[in-house]
Design a protein around this ligand. Structure first.
Ligand code: NAG
Ligand code: NAG
Ligand code: NAG
Ligand code: NAG
Ligand code: NAG
Length: 218
């Protein structure tokens, strides 16, 4: 309650949101007011987010860079921000970005619609606050052990096939508020063969308690 009140009271007297959607930008701007909390940069032509691109925005809370042409996010792109919500869906990212600089604050990551092929434990293990991860419409064939994420509530993987083995067993845990959001993909398993064609609701933790196949790293 107290935290909520503080947030509300701050937002009354700051110019906290900046909307630069569809503004023909090719880089993250360097001239946004430094007390900005919400930055909207969707529908631009940004292809890279460089180290410290946003570090001059220490109150930055939500960033939307969806629907650009982002191929690269450097390791310290989000350093010195307080990002809670990161919206990077529909870009050209093959790798999940290194979010260790915001690992203690980021709660929601929209990553759907990127050509991501794998997600590894070391890429997510520092995301201690992550509650919602959206990775639908990617090309992911290899998933990390989601039990590494203590705050996780939702993983959305609409229209994807996954290997139903030990690593994703935790998605069936009763600990999750909303276990997994599969929407259109009711039969998600492409491994093992016995589980392909079986609806997710009919698959138990025991069914998935098998080793995952080895994946060659790229
Ligand atoms: C967008 O920027 C490019 C150069 O970066 C320019 O050639 C083009 O005319 C701009 N388009 C609009 C709609 O401003
Ligand atoms: C992106 O760049 C292309 C070509 O450089 C241009 O035609 C297009 O209008 C730009 N898009 C936006 C949203 O500025
Ligand atoms: C924000 O910018 C103003 C000048 O425009 C400066 O006085 C202030 O120290 C800056 N605040 C932070 C947190 O960087
Ligand atoms: C992310 O960046 C941190 C800090 O530079 C580094 O220690 C870590 O190894 C990186 N993580 C990955 C998965 O590359
Ligand atoms: C899935 O479980 C439901 C009951 O929860 C059952 O009616 C249905 O036949 C099962 N489907 C398969 C393919 O096992």
């Amino acid at each position: 309650m107290f935290v909520f009140w503080v947030f509300m009271s701050c937002s009354f007297h700051t110019t906290d949101a900046i909307d630069l959607k569809n503004a023909n930008l090719t880089e993250v701007p360097r001239d946004i007011s430094n007390d900005t909390t919400h930055v909207y940069l969707s529908y631009n032509n940004i292809s890279i987010i460089r180290d410290d691109a946003l570090s001059y925005l220490p109150s930055l809370h939500r960033l939307d860079v969806s629907r650009n042409r982002i191929k690269t996010i450097e390791d310290h792109a989000f350093r010195s921000t307080k990002l809670v919500e990161l919206i990077i869906h529909y870009n050209k990212l093959k790798l999940f970005p290194n979010l260790s600089d915001i690992g203690e604050t980021v709660k929601t990551v929209y990553f759907n619609g990127n050509p991501l092929k794998f997600l590894r434990n070391k890429q997510i293990e520092h995301l201690v606050a992550l509650e919602h991860l959206y990775i639908s419409n990617t090309k992911v064939y290899s998933l990390p052990d989601f039990s590494l994420l203590p705050a996780l509530k939702t993983v959305a993987m609409v229209s994807m096939s996954v290997q139903c083995c030990k690593k994703i067993m935790s998605l069936k845990s009763d600990l999750f508020f909303k276990v997994i959001d599969l929407e259109t993909k009711l039969k998600p398993c492409n491994y093992p063969e016995e589980l392909s064609g079986i609806p997710w609701v009919n698959i138990s933790r025991d069914d998935m308690n098998i080793p995952c196949p080895e994946v060659m790293s790229k």
